[in-house]
Design a binder for this molecule. Sequence first.
Ligand code: ATR
Length: 273
Amino acid sequence: INRYTVIGQPIAHSLSPVVHQLFGELTQRKIHYTRTEASPETFADTVIDWQKSGARGCNVTAPFKELAVEVSDRLSPNALRAGSVNTIHMHRDGSRVGHNTDGLGLVADIQSNLRRPLEGQRILLLGAGGAARGVMAPLLATKPALLHVANRTASKAELLSSLFEDLGAVSGSGFEELEGWDKFDIVINATTVSMNGGLPPLPEDIISHQSLAYDMTYSTRDTLFMGWCKARGASASNGLGMLVEQAAEAFLIWEGVRPKTRMAFPRLRELIS
Ligand code: ATR
């Protein structure tokens, strides 16, 4: 039986064990998936001990995704670009390969589940922290017309966009500079404001009734950001689909098969409602 865990702080409410256990059933793989709490001081040893116990891998969540880069021997191209790791594959020879499946999960949810093509679209990404950086390369790989990063601290948005200039049409600014811009097709919230019940300060006319608002924060109720966008006619989604799809990408890395996520959603919605 292959063992996995998700390491974070706090970790008690993580849905990853439920999602992966469901994937195991759907693909008829015997897996056991647990939650593990760590601290910044104990994180590296927690990973190493987990591997020594014979486990095949772990997921890493806040606030350890950057630390997980250090504890990996090699990085996938996406993890290297993201500067963070959410999935560690533990090999029998003792090596650890760090991957980042967050961006692929976001893209899969928007394109496959929400049926919104990203190619040729104008995308606005709110936030310039680790979560935003983690999804930049996979978003640009879909060839949007523009990926604009807006952040409270404008300099961080400019720096982040400059790091990805070689991958496509990217730019960065503060929120105020969005005033007067053409509307965006897709607006993705990668700030942490939704977790604290806040709202990014967006200009009124940044979205239309044709826009999709995507909040990477997972919550059972609509976030303020989703409500704000819906009030202006846009459709809105939270990050549950991204959570499921990034997990499916991790499962693929570990088990060699990508679960049919469509089959997982009804059971999941039931379990978390
Ligand atoms: P994560 O790893 O989840 O991305 P992070 O790296 O701390 O977390 O980044 C948090 C993001 O949310 C940043 O873009 C931050 O903006 P700043 O770079 O200006 O700090 C944004 N953020 C946090 N609180 C915010 C608030 N009250 N209003 C607007 N943006 C906020």
